[in-house]
Design a protein around this ligand. Structure first.
Ligand SMILES: Cc1ncc(COP(=O)(O)O)c(C=O)c1O
Length: 416
């Protein structure tokens, strides 16, 4: 008996790392190409595998574990709430939806909030809002515009506005009336808009697409075109939002801010518990009347209470997200001078990409060997989305490890 409860649980750990992998290979849908790492526990910015080896986590469950692992306040809140009430459904009230909605509304400048369980689900709701908004004006006003190389999720609506054929092709036909335009092409955007446009959907910083910011001019143009054609401007801040950039939302990096009609968020908001949300202006929210949208689990007392606690901690953390992010990029820029396959260091706050001229997959595996976790997106971009509590000492450790990873790559090339 190795737990503190005084009785054994059916779910207590019993398997070796090889047995874990074997069981998954036999019984799970084989849709993931997992890295060969079986995780056991975490503390701060570190994860530990079954053998007790330590890894500095620079990807945080793809931007989810915002306060790292076993954060004392988050652990306490989860324990307290687990003993009180986990689920109510949306038939009834509980204290935390309203408290969290108030915090998100004040942080975002958008008046109305809907809670759900994932990024894709938030995007689905936002698309329904856009369709309903358009339909109130004209039956032809259902068209959606999105960017090439975007990523908005795996459900049918979200996939329909995801501008990457590799995610879409196997599932077509998708939603009709979607147009894609290149990032930062104001001309193409203007040409795509008409009075039949219901919404333009954009990640303020493309994540999956390779940590690529959309420029201020493009976003301003989008705001103006949405106003002109009475379409909704939807920012997908699932990856770049909720503190990741050192501001509550990436659209607040601009001065003056470019306020959307709708923002969708997810990943970091509940510190590892599944939660998504739609934040909408009163105008956009008016498209949804009682009965038109809903969810069984969304906005439950556990996830929302954790998120209330998180928002409080985040208010104090924002300055250090900015400063640690700048320090990380500065150290990476220095490192890049030593390796000619590194083309660019991109990003804001703790959302950072290393653009390379070579594929990054092997480097991710070498990183694991070095005790460093990050991933590779768009084939040649190493992506870093560390916990918001990352320290400068941890950045130094990360950069030292990355230098060894890059040196390994150079040696491998020379031995070919
Ligand atoms: C920008 C963006 N939108 C949507 C999604 C989908 O979120 P989820 O995986 O929670 O459905 C993601 C996930 O990576 C994302 O990065």
């Amino acid at each position: 008996m190795d737990n503190a409860l005084g009785f054994e649980l059916q779910s207590d750990p019993i398997l070796s790392a090889d047995e874990v992998i074997g069981l998954e290979k036999q019984y799970l849908l084989q849709n993931y190409a997992r890295y060969p790492l079986v995780l056991d526990r975490g503390k701060g910015c570190y994860l530990y595998d079954k053998a007790g080896k330590r890894y500095l986590d620079l990807i945080s469950g793809i931007g989810v574990n915002s306060l790292g692992y076993a954060h004392p306040r988050i652990t306490k809140v989860i324990q307290k709430q687990a003993a009180l009430l986990l689920h109510t459904s949306n038939l009834y009230y509980h204290e935390y939806q309203g408290r969290l909605a108030q915090k998100l509304s004040e942080a975002s400048g958008l008046q109305r909030v809907f809670f759900c369980n994932s990024g894709a689900e938030a995007m689905e709701g936002a698309l329904k809002m856009a369709r309903s908004h358009g339909r109130k004006i004209s039956p032809d006003k259902f068209e959606l515009i999105a960017l090439e190389d975007s990523f908005h999720g795996r459900t049918f609506g979200a996939l329909s506005i995801t501008g990457q054929p590799k995610y879409r092709n196997d599932f077509e036909p998708l939603l009709p009336g979607v147009k894609f335009v290149p990032r930062n092409s104001e001309r193409a955007l203007e040409a795509a808009f008409s009075d039949n446009t219901a919404a333009f959907i954009v990640e303020v910083i493309q994540g999956e697409g390779g940590i690529k910011p959309v420029c201020e001019r493009m976003l301003k143009k989008a705001r103006a075109l949405c106003d002109k054609h009475n379409a909704l401007l939807i920012f997908d801040e699932i990856q770049c939002g909720v503190g990741r950039t050192g501001t509550y939302f990436a659209y607040q990096l601009f001065d003056p801010i470019i306020l959307p009609d709708i923002t969708v968020l997810a990943k970091p908001i509940s510190c590892g518990l599944p939660m998504g949300a739609i934040l909408a202006s009163d105008k956009a929210a008016a498209a949804i009347a009682p009965g038109m949208h809903g969810t069984t689990y969304g906005g439950g007392p556990l996830t929302t209470r954790v998120a209330v606690e998180f928002m409080d901690i985040l208010a104090e953390l924002l300055p250090s997200i900015t400063s640690t992010g700048s320090y990380f990029r500065m150290r990476l820029t220095e490192l890049a001078r030593k390796f000619d396959f590194i083309q660019e260091i991109r990003g804001v706050g703790l959302m950072i990409g290393i653009q390379m001229s070579v594929p990054g997959k092997q480097m991710v595996l070498d990183g694991i060997e070095e005790g460093l976790l990050f991933n590779c997106t768009h084939d040649t971009v190493l992506r870093f989305l560390p916990p918001y509590i990352l320290s400068e000492e941890e950045v130094d450790r990360a950069v030292e490890g990355l230098e060894r990873v890059f040196t390994k790559h150079v040696n491998r090339q020379q031995n070919l």
